[in-house]
Design a protein around this ligand. Structure first.
Ligand code: ZN
Length: 128
């Protein structure tokens, strides 16, 4: 994968603008920021809204693994010695912990679909 001359980031070939001279080895983001190409000419450019939507999809997918340790900590420090709610919530936590990987795998397809929907469609131009 090539490296951008300006920001030094490494991207797949289709994330670079096409051309010679000042446009050589410049990624789409740097090309738009420096005015070498317009936003309409680079469909592969990830706008801020698109990047935010992708980030929120990823956050939604992995947030359960952040919640579970938090809930376990909450249970340990507050509810563990309360009768009978400590035992009830322990059972609930165990169930949730066992179900989390199942739900994670089950929702994988929907996540892939969301990410595909949030990826700009782009045909690699000739010469790339
Ligand atoms: Zn760049």
């Amino acid at each position: 994968m090539p490296t951008c001359r300006h920001c030094g980031s490494t991207y797949p070939r289709e994330h670079f603008i096409h051309g010679n001279g000042p446009k050589t080895q410049v990624c789409v983001r740097c090309g738009v920021e420096q005015g070498l190409v317009s936003k309409e000419d680079v469909p592969v450019h990830f706008t801020k809204e698109l990047a935010n939507a992708r980030f929120s999809a990823v956050a939604r997918r992995y947030s359960i693994f952040l919640y579970i340790p938090f809930l376990w900590g909450l249970w340990l420090f507050t509810l563990s010695d309360v009768e009978p709610w400590g035992l009830f919530f322990l059972g609930l936590l165990v169930l949730l912990t066992l179900l989390a990987p199942v739900v994670f795998i089950y929702r994988g397809g929907r996540f892939s679909g969301d990410m595909a929907r949030l990826s700009p469609a782009y045909d690699r131009p000739k010469g790339h």
